[in-house]
Design a protein around this ligand. Structure first.
Ligand SMILES: O=C(O)CCC(=O)C(=O)O
Length: 287
């Protein structure tokens, strides 16, 4: 599973210097299997709720992931979720409407091709997650486990939400791992985060019935103003806490944006029995 990073792809490790947006270099290969994240990176994640890992995935693996993604999109290999099924503002009204077959995501990434498993179980990634969870790491196949796509036409924006909203675990401490298979910018619908919002205590009236932050509530305006867009280069990875508020815009470019997204939890925080989170397989990655 492990791979070496191409020489020269990463800036020098900068432990001790400020970690801007969590954008710090991945540590040299020799320390990958134990504590690959610097103390500054761990502290940044704990405070801000996310951590950017520039150039973590080498081009060779990213290109294999992208090739499978493009092939499955082109052939509409099931299971897919369509924009029309999600029904966010601006989505096609039905699968039969114009643009009705616009994919929102390729589901079941882990099950659909070995290359996705190679990335989701990557030894360096798992070691990083182990450091953040401070215990063995499990991958849930019930949530995310997908290739998110955002199409120029008919792809929709996503409002401010936290991933935990429909997930059922004893503790709100999962980590979503988002890998940019191509460039992600505000123009093509890059992620936006409200840094530190995983620690917020909110009033119920700030949320709508689907657990999105309501745009019409004055208290939410101040939160929206704190939002930052996170531009990603191909191969960049961002880890984010399942309680962190995030959103994403529409894709105004002429290329489909594709991102591999998996969700992980610590061994002591398994899905609650009888819930949708417990209905799919859970993969122990380093027990
Ligand atoms: O790319 C987007 O629209 C954001 C997707 C997202 O945050 C999610 O599905 O949880």
């Amino acid at each position: 599973m492990a791979y070496s990073h191409a020489p020269g792809r990463h800036p020098a490790h900068n432990e001790g210097s400020p970690v801007r947006h969590g954008r710090a270099a991945v540590q040299p290969r020799k320390s990958i299997m134990s504590n690959p994240l610097s103390p500054a990176q761990v502290a940044f994640f704990r405070e801000q709720g996310y951590l950017l890992l520039p150039g973590m995935v080498p081009d060779a693996l990213r290109e294999r992931l992208l090739a499978v993604t493009q092939d499955h999109l082109q052939r509409a290999v099931a299971p897919l979720e369509y924009e029309a099924e999600v029904g966010y503002e601006g989505a096609p009204a039905s699968l039969e409407a114009e643009g009705g077959r616009t994919a929102r995501r390729l589901r079941a990434a882990w099950q659909r091709d070995p290359v996705y498993r190679e990335w989701a179980a990557d030894a360096q990634l798992v070691a990083m997650l182990h450091q953040l969870f401070e215990e063995p790491v499990c991958l849930t196949l019930a949530h995310h486990n997908c290739i998110m796509t955002k199409h120029p036409a008919f792809g929709t924006a996503t409002g401010w939400h936290r991933d935990i909203r429909y997930w059922s675990f004893p503790r709100n401490e999962l980590i979503s791992v988002w890998l940019a298979l191509g460039a992600e910018t505000p123009e093509n619908g890059a992620l936006k985060f409200i840094p530190g919002s995983h620690k917020l205590k909110l009033q119920p009236q700030q949320m709508d019935e689907l657990d999105f932050l309501r745009p019409d509530v004055p208290a939410n305006q101040a939160l929206f103003e704190q939002g930052i867009a996170l531009s990603l280069a191909p191969g960049d990875v961002v880890l984010f806490h399942s309680g962190l508020f995030h959103a994403a815009g529409r894709n105004d470019s002429d290329q489909v944006k594709c991102s591999a997204v998996f969700a992980y939890h610590g061994k002591s925080n398994p899905p609650l029995p009888g819930t949708r989170s417990a209905a799919s397989e859970d993969v122990a990655l380093d027990s």
